[in-house]
Write a protein that binds this ligand. Structure first.
Ligand code: NAD
Length: 357
């Protein structure tokens, strides 16, 4: 099969890590007899430099015409003084909106070889954890009514959290379907003891749970969820939650795994096309030094194969290759911790993965 992949390399370490993922995808294609056609488009600061805007129309058109999108990261000090709507990061919201990506999947899995890099105690980690946060991406307080008004204490600012049954059902279904392919447990996180929008969220999730009798369903208040994630992360399989709660909890969960350079993500909508990217930013402090860890982007590419192209065997193979390289003791600089020895560069680490593949 031939698949068309739009490449958004972006800024900072973006080009290095995307090129690593492309090399791994090319190896996977030759191993399994597929053809991946890559088309690069401008995004972020490099797009501002080249054509004056962070998200050129050709980029949106190219992504819409592709089978899927692989993104590095955008942003950097060079563009930090630009006004909010002209900054590289603005392109992220724009491309998500243009592609109708309302789901954000963020897996947080402890790689056994990186156990010592987790900030959790060995006794808390136990036999490890493997959870998936399903975050609603285009609704809630980040997109609600906002502004300034005169309040009880004078001038005040406000943001509004609003969720419709349709939006809750849509993300809920993604969570239940995801759980069906995993360990069949869904925990819905809300603040239904305080918020009206959370009460509708909970009521809607309960109704949906009836349709999935094979999935073990539970609710949890967000404050408790923040605590449980560091107290006993292995209790979770799939966590489904709103845009803001998901934003916060997924960053918390990512840290449990040890390094930001390891974690992939997928943004999905109602078509097979998704956008896949590492959860980290453009790391301008290490751009061009060869110190970037490409694993998060390579694992994002594996998610693309699984979620957008239905190539689960190929995705498993890439994930296993990353695990094997780590198990053999190879590390990029961010994973070294107190270990002595010389870290591998981004290219050397990528080549090890390709060799294992
Ligand atoms: P960051 O994630 O870029 O970097 C945080 C720290 O982690 C840095 O020390 C960096 O060197 C390190 N790091 C990140 N990824 C790494 C990797 N793959 N390998 C090794 N080390 C890695 O976050 P930041 O410094 O807050 O932001 C830098 C820029 O990235 C900003 O302009 C910010 O707006 C942007 N940003 C973009 C995205 C995105 O494109 N999705 C996300 C977050 C931040």
């Amino acid at each position: 099969m031939e698949y068309n992949i739009a490449l958004l390399r972006g800024d900072g370490i973006g080009p290095e890590i995307v090129d690593s993922a492309v090399a791994v995808l090319e190896k996977t294609a030759s191993k399994f007899g597929h053809s991946f056609r890559f088309t690069p488009y401008l995004i972020g600061g490099s797009a501002i430099d080249a054509v004056g805007v962070p998200l050129p129309p050709e980029t949106v058109e190219g992504c819409l015409a592709s089978d899927s999108v692989l993104l590095g990261a955008v942003g950097g000090p060079k563009w930090d003084s630009l006004p909010g709507d002209k900054r590289p990061e603005k392109a992220l919201l724009g491309i998500r909106e243009a592609l109708g990506l309302y789901t954000n999947l963020r897996p947080a899995k402890l790689c056994p070889a990186l156990r010592a890099a987790s900030p959790l105690k060995d006794s808390v980690i136990g036999s490890g954890f493997d959870l998936m946060i399903v975050r609603e991406l285009t609704g809630g307080i980040y997109f609600g009514e906002r502004g300034f008004r005169k309040g009880k204490y004078g001038q005040e600012a406000f943001d509004t959290e609003a969720y419709s049954v349709t939006e809750i059902e849509r993300i809920g279904r993604v969570a239940f379907e995801t759980a069906m392919k995993r360990r069949r447990r869904v925990c819905s996180v809300d603040k239904a003891n305080v918020l009206e929008s959370s009460r509708l969220w909970r009521k809607t999730m309960h109704a949906l749970a009836e349709e999935y009798p094979g999935v073990q369903y539970s609710d949890m208040f967000v404050d408790n969820a923040a605590m449980q994630l560091i107290r006993a992360p292995s209790q979770f399989d799939v966590i489904v939650t709103s845009n803001m709660f998901g934003d916060i909890l997924s960053d918390e969960a990512s840290q449990l795994t040890g390094s930001i350079g390891m974690l992939p993500s997928a943004s999905l909508g109602s078509t097979k096309r998704g956008m896949y990217e590492p959860i980290h930013g453009s790391a301008p402090d290490i751009a061009g030094t060869g110190r970037a860890n490409p694993a998060a982007t390579i694992l994002s590419a594996a998610m693309m194969l699984r979620w957008s192209f239905g190539l689960s065997g190929e995705a498993d193979c890439i994930e296993a290759a990353v695990d094997k390289v780590l198990e053999a003791g190879f590390r990029t600089a961010d994973l070294m911790g107190a270990d002595s020895g010389t870290p591998l560069t981004c290219n050397e680490f990528t080549n090890m993965i390709i060799e294992v593949l």
